[in-house]
Design a protein around this ligand. Structure first.
Ligand code: LMR
Length: 349
């Protein structure tokens, strides 16, 4: 009796073991999940950015992380740090150069200090719609520009969209004269500086993470940004008027640390590049939708007066700002600007 009980106990103990041996030897091997990849084998990519998760950039960074996890079976872990959790504007580029993070996606405006050709993207009214922007980026000139944006230890991977900027202020902005005397928050770009100075306004370069407080405390009276940034960071709560001007484009340069990138195994680099290309295409779809949706939410909130600039008002803004093109010709380069303008002409709706 006792003997039978002991052998029954043994079977209970050994059965799972036996089954495990059978499963391991007899079945195809399952993909390893992240828990099975030892910390020493795992490649970690820290991706820092300054906006909310629910924005075109935030969503793209997250999608990239998810796809990379899937495609490398957890071997590569992209850790995304949104909303300046790790580094704010002015810090994240240094963090990338020093390999404290391995990917960032700053607005092109913030990279003009390193790559002055990027002033092109800040020119007022250069692009009329998303198609024109994409057409330029995908063109030979756009690709040549992108490939040339390396140095200081940084490598360009792709460009991502945010969208067209609108103006917010605590007074209505309809005519160029309305800008006079206002203090605008800008991103650090001499073109953006010139744009507001040309309209008789003053500017202060403020990191994105401090914009809400600066508007709330009236350190500045006004700002330009995309609906998705205005909605997710609640700038519409601390400004009285929004003008849908679509006067400029906010795009991102996705960058990696060159030494880190080159140290990766070739097959991993290939997966990362393909995934980045796929996410870029996906991001192009959602950026436009997200900005349109967030503009609707801002309007529906009833917290800010929203005005859409008429065509003739837009023409007056264009005229007032046109001299900026000539002002920045030396930094942008005549050829690049001419190519961008020519491409836009062939791609006018
Ligand atoms: C800003 O500083 O307003 C934007 O560049 C933030 C962003 O990354 O979209």
């Amino acid at each position: 009796m006792k003997r039978r009980k002991r052998s029954k106990n043994l079977t209970i103990i050994l059965l799972p073991l036996l089954l495990a041996v059978l499963v391991v030897s007899g079945c195809p091997r399952r993909a390893r999940d992240v828990e099975q990849v030892g910390p020493a084998e795992r490649i970690v990519i820290r991706f820092s950015h300054v906006v909310s998760e629910d924005t075109p950039k935030g969503l793209a960074a997250r999608k990239f992380a998810e796809l990379v996890h899937e495609r490398t079976n957890g071997h590569v872990e992209v850790q995304v740090y949104p909303s300046s959790q790790l580094y704010m504007d002015g810090e994240e580029v240094d963090a990338l150069i020093n390999n404290h993070v391995q990917m960032i996606a700053p607005a092109t405006a913030k990279m003009t200090e390193y790559f002055p050709e990027l002033f092109l993207f800040d020119l007022p009214f250069l692009f009329e719609d998303y198609d024109q922007v994409h057409h330029f980026i995908d063109s030979q000139s756009g690709q040549k520009l992108l490939q040339g944006l390396h140095g200081h230890g940084m490598l360009p991977l792709t460009m991502w969209d945010n969208g067209f900027k609108v103006m917010t202020a605590n007074r209505p902005l309809r005519k160029p004269e309305d800008f006079r005397g206002l203090r605008f928050r800008i991103m650090p770009s001499l073109v953006l500086d010139a744009q507001f100075v040309q309209l008789g306004a003053q500017v202060t370069d403020i990191p994105f993470s401090d914009v809400y407080a600066a508007l709330e405390r009236r350190l500045v009276d006004a700002a330009e940004n995309t609906p998705s940034n205005i909605w997710t960071k609640r700038f519409y709560l601390v400004q009285d008027h929004l003008t849908v001007s679509n006067h400029g484009y906010l795009s991102y340069l996705v960058l990696t640390n060159g030494e880190f990138w080159n140290s990766l195994p070739e097959n991993i680099r290939a997966i990362l590049s393909e995934t980045m290309e796929e996410v870029t295409a996906w991001q192009r779809q959602i950026a436009q939708e997200k900005n349109a949706h967030d503009l609707d939410l801002i309007i529906q909130s009833g917290q800010i007066d929203v005005y859409k600039l008429s065509d003739s008002e837009k023409e007056a803004w264009k005229k007032a700002l046109h001299s900026i093109y000539n002002q920045f010709l030396p930094q942008i380069g005549q050829q690049l600007l001419a190519e961008a303008l020519a491409l836009n002409n062939c791609h006018t709706k």
